[in-house]
Design a protein around this ligand. Structure first.
Ligand code: SF4
Length: 455
């Protein structure tokens, strides 16, 4: 059953909320050193596969909407000093692992990963191969975020030779007026050239990123963008809402508040995009992500192996997540560990021979129960109560008695159906999945709600 766009409910539930790429969300993490994380690393089972994340924070130009941790520089030499520490961090993390850990998933994010030149990529991969066990099996999921403005199509072959087989291409909007307003001038031709080169070099999956709610976006202009994106025929599409928070993110102060579309226009942007995705054969995967109905993510959702993590949705949920680089977040066993967010702090920790963890969180037994509820609802839209009770040794409705009245209200509005045996998210409720998950979140407060809204 396909997700159904219900404008009245989306408007009603348009509140700040988490995107649940982790539970609890990163704003619940507290100041800590690496000791608990190291403890969990040392306990990783001998054959446990890994998911590695590598953060490259540099961007040659800054897109005004961006809330990522990035450093604006045109000087490629800055990358050399960074790679010295990144490679040392790989060594430091790997020394705590024992056994045979195949890297099933690898993700390069940023910033702009392709800020690195070919020789710098070679250096990083030599270190990855030295300290971890990269694989070349087809089921590997080795992805990289691509900014077509920062990449000659000829470099795609080099990325494929390194082992990348998936990419996520930033587009956001092709409308020239919007591109000027957000300082991201990117032609359709350069985007298409990158996508074509990826196909020619055997990339198995291409994702395109879009944002709605950007300054000067109009229903007609965004419709043209979607038409052009669909012509590129990506396997997956991610579409995020722009959260305008200039008081929090300095670069967003370059955007004129009066150019931001109002809630009604955003609703139209979102609604018409979803309709076009549906007509083109894409289906909502969980939250913000759409995939062709032949895509592995939808198959994984059907067989219950879909997983959500900091990179979005994945079919490799069985992996321990080891993240490297400034601000990167690892999740191993019960421990979340986030590296220092500034280069100075990150460099100082690594130069002193220590991991750069400065925030983190250790999951309690209760967190593990709630995390599993949220994971199941975000990934499958279903929860079987008896199976859940067996897995966690609890009585679900006794444990979650406090959420029953809110779920009852949501059920009356058509977001979900539930009884003593199961919870089922209806097609109408799927676009509001995080609002439903927030009902179970034991950490949610006005301070930890996050900043993302639907509109
Ligand atoms: S959107 Fe990407 S390229 Fe633009 S500033 Fe942010 S990280 Fe850099």
């Amino acid at each position: 059953m396909k997700a159904q766009f219900a404008a009245d409910l989306i408007t009603k539930y348009n509140v700040n909320g988490a995107r649940y790429t982790s539970y609890p969300t990163a704003n619940v993490f507290h100041a800590t050193d690496a000791s608990q994380y190291v403890d969990q690393l040392q306990q990783v089972a001998p054959n446990k596969p890994l998911s590695l994340y590598v953060h490259v924070p540099f961007c040659a130009t800054i897109c005004y909407y961006c809330a990522c941790n990035k450093i604006n520089t045109g000087n490629r030499k800055h990358a050399e000093a960074y790679l010295d520490r990144l490679i040392e961090e790989m060594r430091l993390q790997a020394t705590h692992l024992h056994g045979d850990h195949k890297v099933e998933q690898l993700h390069f994010g940023g910033g702009t990963p392709t800020f690195l030149d070919e020789a710098q990529f070679e250096r990083v991969f030599a270190a990855l191969n030295q300290h971890f066990q990269l694989i070349d099996a087809d089921f590997r999921d080795y992805s990289i975020e691509i900014d077509p403005r920062a990449l000659e199509p000829s470099r795609i072959e080099h990325l494929a030779n390194l082992g990348f087989n998936r990419m996520s291409v930033g587009v956001q909007d092709f409308d020239p007026a919007v591109q000027v307003a957000v300082n991201r001038i990117q032609s359709e031709a350069e985007t298409e050239a990158v996508v074509n080169a990826a196909r020619a070099n055997g990339f198995q999956s291409i994702n395109v990123d879009l944002i709605y709610g950007l300054p000067l976006q109009s229903a007609a202009g965004f419709k043209r963008t979607i038409e052009r994106v669909l012509k590129l025929d990506p396997d997956r599409i991610s579409m995020y809402n722009y959260a305008h928070l200039p008081e929090r993110f300095k670069t967003q102060r370059q955007i004129r508040s009066e150019d931001i579309p109002d809630a009604n226009t955003k609703l139209k942007l979102m609604g018409s995009a979803i309709e076009m995705f549906n007509q083109a054969g894409y289906e909502l995967v969980g939250m913000d992500h759409f995939a062709k109905n032949t895509d592995g993510l939808l198959q994984a959702r059907a067989n219950g192996t879909l997983h959500r993590n900091f990179q979005g949705y994945t079919t490799h949920g069985n992996c321990e997540l080891i993240a490297m680089g400034v601000s990167a977040i690892s999740k191993v066993g019960r421990a979340y560990a986030q590296n220092a967010k500034t280069l100075d702090e990150y460099y100082a920790a690594i130069d002193a021979g220590a991991l750069a963890t400065d925030r983190g969180y250790n999951l309690t037994d209760d967190d593990i129960v709630v995390a599993d509820v949220i994971q199941q609802l975000m990934c499958t839209y279903e929860l079987d109560v008896a199976t859940f009770d067996r897995t966690h040794g609890i009585e679900f409705w006794r444990y979650f008695e406090h959420v029953w009245p809110t779920l009852t209200n949501m059920a009356a509005e058509g977001l979900l159906q539930f009884d003593e045996q199961h919870i089922h998210i209806t097609p109408k409720g799927r676009f509001l999945i995080r609002n439903i998950c927030m009902v179970f979140d034991a950490h949610v407060t006005p301070q930890t709600r996050g900043f993302s809204k639907t509109l």
